[in-house]
Write a protein that binds this ligand. Structure first.
Ligand SMILES: Nc1ncnc2c1ncn2[C@@H]1O[C@H](COP(=O)(O)OP(=O)(O)OP(=O)(O)O)[C@@H](O)[C@H]1O
Length: 619
């Protein structure tokens, strides 16, 4: 697996600033999601950004006008007389203007929220789809890596949580414009007050950035535990686990573990939140102090007669807003930088590249396969594992033959099948198909030519027809083919017993579902293998739950239908295994013996021993 640089759990200042590089691609994606909505949201925000200063300025004009009227000393007996005299006209116009501005601001605010929420939703959906698409390209090995699981989990949370980032970023732009408008309005009166205010806010900004980084660190470090919490919650309350949980009375155990783990997380979270609140209050006090200094100065200048009462309200109001806005901008900036760290998780997930893929110029699988597969010194070790799952394998899987794999649990049978299907590539040696390295062939074509049913096949909670149809997804609507595949696997009898036949939803998860027995599920799964016209058919022990007669019939049928194909079967039942043309005996990842049933019995090795053990059990 090609892992990109892993996001670190303790970001340095440089990494935090560096994370801002994620913003341009983020913005590009938003833009690509919907240009119209992006323009609408930003455009409306720009207009709205200028409303605060306009409102404050009109407010100042209203006060100045009121003060002027008071100064004229005209006493009105009633509102009616005053109204008709015309002296109030200017004041009324100003009031109407401010009313209009208030309504406009509210309306624009709502429109912006609407545009943002639609845009966020679209963006989240698009990212989720991208996440699924990318996950589908990754290697099986990647999925089995807990670190990748953690990252996938964080990336998944990203797609949910990034809605805020969008509004926040756009909000920052809006606030920046408002700030610029206030600064332009105030700079004439008292330029150095603006500088003072800016400086006073720096401590709050630094504190905020620091705590955002700590928060990220906490969340990062707790990803495995959060996944465990999710797992425990599922275990405690899902239809798949309910049976066993009840029998063993496990719910209390799960709940206790959930409680203990979540309590630890809560403690860690609470302690950080507490420190954040304490420091936040202290540091914000500097900003407040800066504001009151400015306020005092303006009040003094008004008393001295430099400013009108209207000026005083305008300036005091502007400085108050400016302080809020600057604080919001600085804090918001540190939050955006913090969120950008989370984007790292999302983007680094997208950077993971699968290693198992088609080479450039990959060729198609020969039709028909003439010689078959040759394993040459094949060795494979699971990542992080000390033991080799397979080592020094040299053997041939001839075209048209039925080969059985036997061996005790953990001998490496399933691993061998996974290598054949290129779910993994060998770490040593190579596998040839008709004389060429398996890696030279087109991966999709290889998979299309191999039909494998694993012992842990998936039980899809879909209809019976769909459960079989998934074996060849493009033939999902071909009922004749599905019925034929079912007949071959003896699954037609199972389907016949369902209330709605092929259209019956199976599995207990949904309301109309009907559950099947273990063996019935297996027959349905085996039918899946018959859906495809694969040249290589592999049954990896999906028959363990079949009764003796059924397994015998299924394998007999499997052998008949394997005519002209290459087939591999894995089973622990010798009655089935002996039908194979040739049998390979694996032990601890190595090939111990091979031959027909008769030959292996005659050799008297492990095969004969295991056969005798099983036969003795039936006597
Ligand atoms: N995904 C995995 N990651 C790490 N180790 C694995 C993984 N799958 C299997 N192994 C290990 O590889 C070895 C071979 O396993 P494999 O599944 O091939 O055995 P098997 O012969 O099919 O066994 P069984 O009869 O129990 O199905 C075992 O030691 C097993 O623990």
């Amino acid at each position: 697996m090609a892992q990109p640089a892993r996001p670190s759990d303790n970001p340095t200042l440089r990494e935090r600033v560096g994370a801002l590089r994620n913003l341009p691609p983020f913005l590009r994606e938003i833009w690509a999601t919907s240009r119209a909505l992006t323009i609408t949201s930003l455009g409306l925000r720009l207009i709205r950004a200028l409303l605060p200063i306009a409102t404050l300025y009109v407010g100042k004009l209203i006060i100045d006008e009121a003060v002027r009227l008071v100064g004229q000393g005209v006493a009105y007996e009633s509102l009616q007389i005053a109204w008709h005299s015309g002296t109030l006209d200017h004041l009324l116009t100003l009031l109407a203007l401010e009313f209009g501005l208030a309504i406009a601001s509210d309306l624009l605010g709502r429109l912006v929220s609407y545009a943002d929420s639609v845009l966020s939703e679209m963006f989240t959906n698009a990212t989720s789809v991208r996440l699924m698409e990318h996950a589908a390209t990754l290697d099986l090995e990647d999925f089995e890596d807990p670190e990748l699981q953690d990252r996938l989990d964080r990336a998944r949370r990203q797609t949910m949580g990034r809605m805020n980032l969008l509004s926040q970023l756009f909000g920052q732009v809006q606030d920046a414009v408002t700030v610029a408008s206030f600064i332009a309005g105030l700079v004439v009166f008292a330029p150095w007050l603006i500088v003072l205010l800016g400086v006073a806010l720096i401590p709050a900004f630094v504190g905020e950035s620091h705590f955002n980084a700590l928060n990220y660190k906490l969340n990062f470090q707790w990803t495995p535990e959060r996944r465990q919490l999710e797992y425990l919650r599922q275990m405690g309350a899902s239809v798949e686990t309910a049976k066993e949980v009840k029998i063993f009375n496990l719910h209390r155990y799960f709940i206790a573990r959930y409680r203990a783990l979540s309590a630890q997380f809560l403690i860690a979270n609470r302690s950080l939140a507490r420190r954040r609140a304490l420091w936040g209050t202290l540091l914000a006090a500097f900003g407040t102090f800066g504001y009151y200094l400015a306020y005092g100065y303006i009040a003094w200048r008004t008393v001295r007669g430099d400013f009108s009462i209207g000026d005083l309200t305008f300036l005091a109001g502007s400085f108050r807003r400016l302080r809020q806005l600057l604080e919001g901008l600085l804090v918001g900036f540190s939050q955006v930088a913090g969120q950008a760290l989370y984007l790292d998780d999302l983007y680094s997930f997208f950077e993971i590249q699968p290693e198992i893929r088609s080479r450039p110029g990959a060729i198609a699988i020969p039709r028909p396969i003439v010689r078959g597969f040759v394993f040459e010194g094949v060795g494979f070790r699971y990542p992080e594992a000390e033991r080799w799952a397979l080592r020094g394998l040299d053997f041939e899987l001839r075209a048209d033959e039925v080969l059985a794999l036997v061996g005790e649990n953990g001998a490496g049978k399933t691993t061998l099948v996974k290598l054949l299907a290129r779910l993994y590539d060998p770490d040593e040696g190579r596998i040839l198909l008709d004389g060429r390295d398996l890696r030279d062939y087109d991966l999709d074509d290889l998979r299309a030519n191999i039909g494998v049913i694993f012992q842990d096949f998936v039980r899809y909670h879909l209809t019976a027809a769909e459960n079989i149809g998934v074996g060849q997804i493009d033939a999902m609507d071909d009922r004749t083919r599905i019925e034929e595949a079912a007949r071959r696997a003896f699954a037609d009898e199972v389907v016949a017993g369902l209330p709605n036949g092929y259209d019956q939803v199976i599995g207990r998860r949904f309301r109309t579902g009907v559950d099947l027995s273990g063996g019935q599920w297996q027959k349905i799964a085996i039918a899946r293998a018959y859906m495809r016209n694969a040249q290589v058919m592999i049954l990896d022990e999906p028959t363990a739950a079949l009764d003796a007669r059924s397994e015998f019939e299924v394998f007999q049928r499997f052998k008949e239908l394997s005519h002209g194909r290459t087939a591999v079967l894995i089973s622990h039942r010798f009655s089935s295994v002996r039908m194979a043309d040739r049998i390979l005996v694996l032990n601890e990842g190595r090939l111990e013996a091979s031959g027909t049933h008769g030959e292996l019995l005659a050799q008297g090795g492990r095969y004969a021993e295991l056969f005798e053990l099983q036969a003795a059990g039936y006597r």
